[in-house]
Design a protein around this ligand. Structure first.
Ligand SMILES: Cc1ncc(COP(=O)(O)O)c(C=O)c1O
Length: 452
């Protein structure tokens, strides 16, 4: 049998059983991972056996992120078309450099990018590049930001390098996501260049605490705080920053998708006036990992940083991926974005966002009735809650995670150890929410009984 047939059969088997699979593997499944721990093989194994090993010992040890009851990190599942497109993309194995290396991928990158801009109501002239995720979108956009600001000052970074470069400052919320800090570090920015601005109880930057802007500043804002889901006040901040000549970059890893919902778009009003945006498709758009989008208004700046030219990759097209993004060789991620959008349409995406937000409210209500305090305003898909008895909370969390019924993790919010649940999957149903609440209630009861 062909490898593709075997793999498709295994993938089908896995996907059709996902709703009944434990969300986190049990001890037996984890012990089964020892089966992979073998010496380097000197001779090969039949392909079917290789794939069957993956299924026998690998599938049971997966975390069922696509099943509807995974509320950890901020993770979507995979829509059926996006997952199918991912499988087809593997079969195609395209070189996603430029049109000459793959006409189909180049075309789908353009269309998926245009659709994404429409869905997110961002400027149509912006460039959309497909990268591994928000972290690399930050790296790309912030590299363009630095180049652009230096160019305005008459400093040629590409020629002169960083050693004697003029000062640049980065203004960012105290609540900035760790990926922003990593991106800045990768680009050679140091902590002495950061101006951290205090945030309010929802993790929004406090406007009155923001320093005076200037043309040697990058302002980083958030659409969707990792814990609370709240967004900064873009309408108040961006015009001021832009007037002073600063570059505004938005971390919208998941929260930017609120733009796709009429009910929620007011929360991110004014975000369209920024210079660059980082957003994931593998979160709320529900494409498989890894897939993020780097969106930059000043595409010439991005191109000047990222360009790679050689006779063997010559192209007439101004905006090919190889000249716009950090990777040279890369996966054809846009195919999955195209497929998810084609499958759901703008209405389906709006319904997905609204449904997740509604389920987050249901979770918050259910948790409150179980004795939790809700720490955040549940404005989109995030719920942060705590039990007044911290030992009960810790034991409950461990029991829920061990139960395999659902999965969520802990966080620290406003100095308090709490639990955080994120509803981002197209697969989550109301039944999943109720089932998860029951698992939490059961865990609390069991811990209390054990204590007596
Ligand atoms: C607000 C925010 N920014 C950035 C990231 C990093 O995204 P990625 O893991 O796709 O690089 C995350 C991931 O959860 C996030 O929630």
């Amino acid at each position: 049998m062909s490898a593709v047939k075997v793999a498709s059969g295994i993938a089908y088997d896995y996907v059709s059983g996902i709703r009944n699979q434990r969300v986190f593997p049990d001890a037996e499944a984890l012990a089964g991972l020892q089966n992979f721990d073998k010496p380097l093989p000197t001779t090969g194994t039949n392909c079917q056996q290789v794939l069957e090993q993956l299924h026998s010992y690998g599938s049971p040890a997966t975390v069922a992120t696509t099943g509807g009851r995974y509320f950890g990190l901020v993770v979507g599942g995979s829509t059926p078309a996006a997952m199918g497109a991912n499988i087809i993309t593997s079969a195609w194995d395209q070189i996603a450099l430029m049109e000459a290396s793959s006409p189909i991928v180049s075309q789908l990158e353009k269309i998926a990018g245009r659709w994404a801009l429409e869905l997110l109501h961002l400027p149509s002239e912006a460039f959309v590049g497909f990268v591994t995720g928000t972290t690399m979108a930050h790296v790309s956009a912030l590299a363009a930001a630095r180049h652009y600001l230096y160019q305005k000052q008459g400093y040629d970074l590409a020629e002169q390098g960083l050693h004697n470069a003029p000062e640049l400052k980065v203004v960012l919320p105290e609540e900035a996501h760790i990926s922003v800090l990593k991106a800045l570090r990768l680009l050679g920015f140091g902590r002495s260049q950061f101006i951290f601005v205090p945030c309010d109880t929802q993790g929004r930057i406090i406007e009155s605490a923001v320093p005076e802007f200037s043309d040697n500043m990058i302002l980083v804002l958030q659409a969707g705080n990792l814990n609370s889901g709240s967004s900064d006040d873009f309408s108040a901040l961006i015009p001021k920053a832009k007037k002073a000549g600063s570059w505004v970059h938005v971390d919208g890893a998941f929260g930017l998708w609120a733009r796709a919902s009429k009910k929620k778009s007011a929360l991110v009003e004014g975000v369209e006036n920024a210079d660059s945006w980082a957003v994931d498709a593998h979160k709320w758009l529900n494409t498989p990992y890894d897939c993020g989008m780097c969106i930059v208004r000043h595409k010439q700046a991005l191109k000047e940083v990222m360009t790679t030219s050689a006779a063997y990759v010559e192209t007439q097209d101004m905006w090919q991926a190889k000249d716009m993004l950090p990777e040279f060789s890369r996966r054809a991620r846009a195919v999955e974005v195209w497929a998810a959008i084609a499958e759901l349409g703008s209405q389906g995406i709006e319904e997905l966002v609204d449904r997740c937000c509604l389920y987050a409210e249901m979770l918050a209500e259910g948790l409150e009735s179980l004795g939790f305090n809700i720490l955040n305003d549940v404005v989109i898909n995030q719920v942060v809650a705590y039990l007044p008895d911290i030992n009960l909370q810790r034991a409950m969390l461990q029991k829920v995670q061990q139960s395999g019924e659902c999965w969520f993790g802990k966080t620290t919010w406003q100095g308090r150890e709490a639990i955080r649940l994120s509803v981002s999957s197209w697969a989550t149903t109301e039944d999943d929410i109720q089932r998860s609440l029951k698992a939490i209630a059961r865990a609390i009861d069991e811990v209390k009984q054990q204590a007596n």
